[in-house]
Design a protein around this ligand. Structure first.
Ligand code: C2E
Ligand code: SIN
Ligand code: SIN
Ligand code: FE
Ligand code: FE
Length: 368
């Protein structure tokens, strides 16, 4: 029963890992890979029923060209998958070409030769059909066994709960990020700049730098959403300073410098890692690598790396666009300035990454 044991292990490991995935898509990708291995199938497709329940579309697949997966959508009256979605019954077909429900046009579309097919319904916790899990071409044998069917139904039954949790988590994550973005926009609303675009650019530049720097996808995401909050403390700066139509006196600049500390205080009690990062960035994005910045004159790697990234992105954006107190500088001049500040205002490592990303950065600037 070695095979059975292996199958069970795969199943258990899938459950553990599916809870750690970040999105429904990621969870289903994991599912289709595991199912293919467990059932020894040539390909696997996870179909979901669209909201109006008239069509099935492929949400994930293993063993198929990703391009054909994206275009795989058909009416629920069609195909083996359609039959399963309509009736809620599993189907185990030995030879698709001898089953009238099969439509050979799918094979033409995929450049694939379908033999055996096993398809089971996916249901939500209310028992409503939400999709179809379909596996194709049992390796080395002519047909999927009834044991395979039992296993696939078990998997399908178990993932419905996971599916809903991961949908909820995704919604939660999205509304969370949306709220953060709105918070950032509210903070800059009184500023004279074109706020929405400014925030988007800061976020884009910081994301590019973090990615080229080799950050993990997750850390890049953190930078993407923490960076627009860097100036949240400006919400506490009075209008006569924030909106002054011209250059600051030294005293006025000192007042403005407090926006770093205000930002830190606003985010002081943050519990989430994302907002904790935003808090550090708000506090330290005006520190300079050489230790002459504000508010604490931190030096080098005393400044969090994310802040060293945002500092460059922020200045790049301030110089390359118009401010009430200065005209925009041409791209080349800004790039020269940034490179000239290597080791002074900016971390040489971040400047090096900036140099490698010049064309991507310029594309963001030009697209605004
Ligand atoms: P900001 O406009 O987003 O600028 C961010 C940072 O970019 C500035 O931080 C500064 O390091 C850099 N920067 C901006 N313009 C220039 C420039 O013409 N030359 C150089 N070398 N660097 C530049 P800083 O100076 O701490 O300013 C923080 C914020 O204070 C600015 O954010 C802006 O909102 C405000 N601010 C600074 N100076 C003035 C000013 O003279 N007049 C007005 N109205 N606001 C100012
Ligand atoms: C497919 O080939 O992707 C769908 C086939 C079917 O369910 O009939
Ligand atoms: C600023 O305070 O906005 C920048 C000062 C400068 O032009 O160097
Ligand atoms: Fe700032
Ligand atoms: Fe800024």
């Amino acid at each position: 029963m070695l095979v059975e044991k292996k199958k069970l292990q795969l199943l258990v490991s899938f459950h553990r890992r599916s809870l750690l995935t970040h999105s429904v898509g990621e969870m289903l990708d994991l599912l289709s890979k595991e199912v293919r291995q467990i059932l020894d199938a040539e390909r696997v497709t996870v179909f979901l029923l669209d909201a109006r329940k008239e069509e099935l579309f492929a949400k994930s697949a293993t063993g198929l060209n990703p391009r054909t997966v994206a275009s795989l959508r058909f009416e629920v009256t069609q195909g083996i998958a359609g039959y399963v979605a309509r009736t809620g019954r599993s189907l185990n077909v030995k030879d698709a070409y001898r089953d009238r429900r099969f439509d050979p046009r799918f094979d033409e579309l995929h450049g694939f030769r379908t033999g055996s097919v096993l398809a089971v319904p996916l249901k939500n916790s209310q028992g409503e059909i939400i999709g179809v899990l379909e596996v194709f071409n049992k390796a080395r044998e002519t047909q999927f066994t009834s044991e395979d069917q039992g296993l696939l139904e078990l998997i399908a039954g178990q993932i419905s709960g996971t599916f809903e949790i991961s949908q909820l988590l995704e919604q939660l994550r999205r509304s969370n990020l949306e709220a953060i973005y709105i918070l950032a926009q509210a903070a800059e609303y009184r500023d004279q700049e074109d706020t929405a675009h400014h925030l988007k650019r800061i976020s884009d530049y910081s994301t590019i730098l973090a990615r080229v720097m080799g950050f993990s996808a997750e850390r890049v995401e953190m930078v993407r959403f923490a960076s627009p909050l860097h100036d949240i403390g400006k919400i506490a700066i009075r209008d006569s300073i924030l909106r002054k139509p011209g250059r600051y006196t030294p005293e006025e600049h000192d007042e403005m410098k407090k926006h770093t500390i205000f930002g830190y205080e606003i985010l002081k009690d943050a519990q989430s890692p994302l907002l904790q990062l935003a808090r550090e960035v708000a506090l330290t994005h005006h520190e300079r690598f050489d230790g002459t910045g504000y508010p604490r004159k931190l030096k080098g790697d005393e400044i969090p790396i994310e802040s060293r990234i945002v500092a460059l992105a922020d200045v790049f954006d301030a110089l390359s666009t118009e401010r009430v107190y200065k005209p925009p500088w041409p791209f080349e001049r800004v790039a020269e300035h940034v490179v000239g500040e290597s080791g002074k205002h900016f971390d040489p490592q971040v400047v090096e990454v900036f140099r490698q990303s010049l064309s991507q950065i310029e594309a963001v600037l030009k697209s605004a």
